[in-house]
Structure formats: C-alpha cells, structure tokens
Design a protein around this ligand. Structure first.
Ligand code: FMN
Length: 226
C-alpha cells in the first residue's frame, strides 16, 4: 500500500487545501461519483486558473490506448472568443434543426438556450481528439477499433475532469455540439486540421441545482454474472 502511494506523481499545481475551497465536496469517491451532475445553468463568477489546471490534469491522467493520451484541450474564458464559438455553432445547428423540420420558433428558442449556456459559463473546455499517434493498420476493421479506443479514452478523460471539478466545488455540463460541426469549430478557433473537436465542457459554479435523472437498476445493466 505504502509502495503504491509513493508511485503517485506529484500534481502539476499545488492547490490550497481543496477542503477549504468554497463549495468543495468531501473527498469520498462513491459520493463524488453519485453527486456529480450535469449543471446547465452556471454563475458567471470566474474560476481560478489553478482550478482549471487541476481539472485538466485530472483529465490527462485517464487511461488511453498504448498510453497515447490522444486528448487535446482548448480553454476559453474570454467573452469574445466564447461568443464567436457560440455563434458559429449556432449557425450550424440552425441548419440542422431546419433540416429536421423544426419550426422557426422552436429553433429560435433552442438556439437562444444554447447560446445563453455557453456565454454564461465562465470557462469552456473543448476536448479534441488528436489521432496522430494512433497505431496504423492495413485493414479498416482494426483501424476502426483503434479509433474507437481513442474515443473511449476521451470519454475517460472527460469523466476524470468532471469528477475533479465536482470535488473542487465546481460544476460542469457536457455538450456534444462540436461533434456535429467540427469544421466550423476548427475554423472559428483556428485549430490545426488534425485536431477533431469532440466535446465541449462548461465549467463554473452552479446557479441552480438541476433535476437528477434516476439510474437504471443494476439488475437491468448487468446482463450476465456467472
Ligand atoms: C457523450 C455525451 C454527450 C452529451 N451531450 C450533451 C449535450 O449536448 N447537452 C446536454 O445538455 N447534455 C449532454 N450530455 C449530458 C447528459 O445529458 C447527462 O449526462 C445525462 O442526462 C445524465 O445526467 P447527469 O449528468 O446529471 O447524471 C452528454 C453526455 C455525454 C456522455
């Protein structure tokens, strides 16, 4: 046990005692896992840069295929940058909603909600996939599996980030919008061609407690245990 503890590398940033941060949740992993929730209304109060670094570092400790660490992050805190991204993604979403046959009023309402959410959040973290270091295979089947593994690890990284944020008294929301307009996001943020935008995480302090979704009972989830 003591040996295991010695192997844990020191953190990148030294935080003040996390328990003294405003709103910090007790370090109790089962409670943190159950307590983390998607918060869709955040206060615009700024988040200290060292807390942002701490959540990114937590993400970076996630497992990944062959240890490739294929996640890359873009952090936006400036209003102007957030607005540019929100507007560019709204244009793309407007086209998609119209294609789905949604009426003008519904489109306007949904876009306004999404814009508000992005602009209210003091920090936006765009999570991108960098596939450069993935293994190459001659057949498409294994190549697809390799890519799936990398995307799975992106999910692990995001979950680490969400849990660390929650522990530090922050709240988060996971938005999939960039996945539907990767080119628009790349162009707006002037990202290199090889980065694939996958998820956008809003980070800040909750403005209101959200409604929790109940979980399916384990009997439904475990299809076999023998
Ligand atoms: C891959 C992924 C994409 C998601 N995209 C969105 C999204 O675009 N907008 C949103 O409000 N929530 C999004 N969510 C959050 C889920 O709606 C949320 O996790 C789920 O309803 C369970 O609620 P909880 O996070 O409060 O436990 C996403 C979650 C995942 C894992």
């Amino acid at each position: 046990m003591a040996g295991d503890e010695r192997e844990v590398p020191p953190p990148l940033v030294t935080l003040p005692d996390p328990d003294r941060l405003p709103g910090a949740r007790p370090f109790d992993l089962p409670a943190l896992v159950r307590g983390r929730r998607s918060v869709r209304r955040l206060r615009s109060d700024p988040v200290a840069p060292e807390l942002v670094t701490a959540v990114l570092e937590a993400a970076a400790w996630a497992p990944s295929p062959h240890g490739t660490q294929p996640w890359r992050f873009v952090v936006l805190t400036r209003h102007e940058r957030k607005r540019e991204l929100a507007e560019a993604m709204a244009d793309a979403w407007r086209r998609h909603l119209a294609l789905d046959g949604q009426d003008e009023e519904t489109i306007a309402r949904r876009l306004a909600g999404s814009q508000r959410r992005l602009l209210e959040a003091p920090v936006l973290i765009l999570v991108c996939l960098d596939p450069s270091d993935l293994d190459r295979y001659p057949d498409s089947e294994r190549q697809a599996a390799e890519r799936t593994m990398a995307i799975q690890s992106l999910g692990a990284a995001v979950q680490n980030l969400l849990l660390m944020a929650y522990r530090l008294g922050l709240d988060t929301g996971w938005m999939c919008a960039p996945l539907f307009c990767p080119e628009v996001v790349r162009r707006t943020l002037e990202l290199p061609e090889h980065l694939e935008p996958h998820a956008l995480v809003t980070l800040g302090y909750a403005a209101a407690a959200p409604q929790r979704r109940p979980r399916r009972p384990l009997e439904e989830l475990v299809v076999r245990w023998e």
